[in-house]
Design a protein around this ligand. Structure first.
Ligand SMILES: Nc1ncnc2c1ncn2[C@@H]1O[C@H](COP(=O)(O)OP(=O)(O)OP(=O)(O)O)[C@@H](O)[C@H]1O
Ligand SMILES: [Mg+2]
Length: 355
């Protein structure tokens, strides 16, 4: 069991070259998470000095690893937000506030040169949310839109695998340069650290990393704005998700569900969560339709919720194999049945977003 005090002491023994103080005293340590045998935090520095701080990050990592009992360490280097963003309170119900979350309006950074931000969400894990996010992004791009995809799933970032991208992103003039894969600009929480460490990110550190990826990635430029950014949210309807959707300036959400009643109940909860923060649910997608789980539950549920039903995606091993191989099926087999279904979903989604 690692003590938080030991972690703070170790970090304060690493000197910030700019202020000459320890890292904690200098206010550079954000979102520190200490859990049993693991620790992680974001080292937040001036955006012009991100590259210069790489050795400091390495020193901090080494200092934490030297603590007895420490098994896993995750330090991400982040640039300070440039300006004070406007608070977002739209549609936040009094009930949500009364439950004590959030305590204050959470600020939101609108990413520059991004026309629309679309969330792909699910109430439950493992229903195919990431598969849908990636293939929907490909389908949107195939319709001629410029598309980015942001993997904000702090519990299990899967976009690097599904798109076949790896390696820390480059920084240029204080901005993160996204990877490009299958015609998409891509960023993942899994690219900011070793992938198996991302799971220790909770609460403040997760929000920090996502805010950074959202607002500091060069998604588009004034001349060539990004049409739509597809965000793969972590599954579930708890506090982490609530914070994320409040911090993310979303124009709409699509909810992925399997036909099972239990997954549909979770889809309902996801819809309620978006309603709470005033983000329109653009529709529901039934994934893994077929013999094992039945089918049709998604359409009925969409009717109950009065949201659009965007379509069924059958259980298809080729979809999984393509994802595992880093080549989304909508790109690998663009004339196939699955690509056609994703195209129909993309058409409906783009139209709902006014694209
Ligand atoms: N329609 C489908 N047919 C066959 N396999 C599928 C289908 N949809 C998703 N899968 C497979 O199911 C698994 C889970 O899918 P995916 O990772 O997209 O779900 P997720 O909701 O993002 O999960 P997590 O909660 O872990 O993030 C993956 O192996 C994926 O390839
Ligand atoms: Mg996923």
């Amino acid at each position: 069991m690692v003590e938080r005090t030991a972690v703070i002491a170790a970090l304060d023994a690493v000197i910030d070259p700019v202020s000459g103080q320890g890292l904690v005293a200098a206010g550079l340590v954000q979102g520190l998470v200490v859990a049993e045998d693991r620790a992680g935090f974001a080292l937040e520095v001036d955006r012009r000095q991100v590259a210069a701080y790489a050795p400091v990050r390495d020193a901090a990592e080494a200092a934490l690893k030297a603590i007895p009992g420490m098994a896993r360490v995750s330090v991400i280097l982040t640039a300070e937000a440039a300006s004070a963003p406007a608070p977002r309170t739209a549609g936040l119900s009094k009930a949500a506030v009364d439950q004590g979350r959030p305590k204050a309006p959470v600020p939101t950074d609108r990413p520059a040169h991004v026309r629309r931000v679309l969330a792909v969400a699910s109430g439950k894990g493992g229903v195919g949310k990431s598969t849908v996010a990636v293939n929907l992004a490909v389908a949107l791009a195939r319709r001629g839109l410029s598309v980015g995809v942001l993997d904000a799933d702090v519990y299990g970032p899967s976009l690097p695998t599904m798109l076949g991208v790896s390696g820390q992103p480059a920084y240029e003039d204080g901005a993160i340069v996204p990877h490009i894969a299958h015609g998409l600009k891509a960023m993942s929480v899994g690219l900011l650290t070793r992938m198996d460490d991302a799971m220790i990110w909770r609460g403040p550190m997760a929000s920090q990393a996502i805010t950074q990826m959202l607002s500091q990635t060069r998604w588009g430029t004034a001349e060539a704005p990004l049409d739509v950014l597809v965000v793969d949210l972590p599954p579930g309807t708890g506090d982490v998700q609530l914070t994320l959707i409040q911090k993310t300036p979303l124009d709409g959400a699509v909810i992925v569900s399997t036909p099972q009643e239990v997954a549909l109940a979770d889809a309902r909860r996801a819809h309620t969560l978006f309603q709470k923060v005033g983000v329109p649910t653009l529709g529901l997608i039934e994934n893994m339709s077929g013999d094992v789980f039945g089918r049709g539950g998604g359409k009925a549920e969409a009717e109950r919720l009065s949201v659009a039903f965007l379509g069924e995606l059958p259980l298809d091993p080729a979809l999984r194999e393509a994802g595992d191989a880093g080549r989304p099926l909508a790109a690998a087999d663009p004339s196939g049945e699955m690509a056609r279904r994703f195209d129909a979903i993309a058409a409906a989604t783009a139209s709902a977003l006014g694209l």
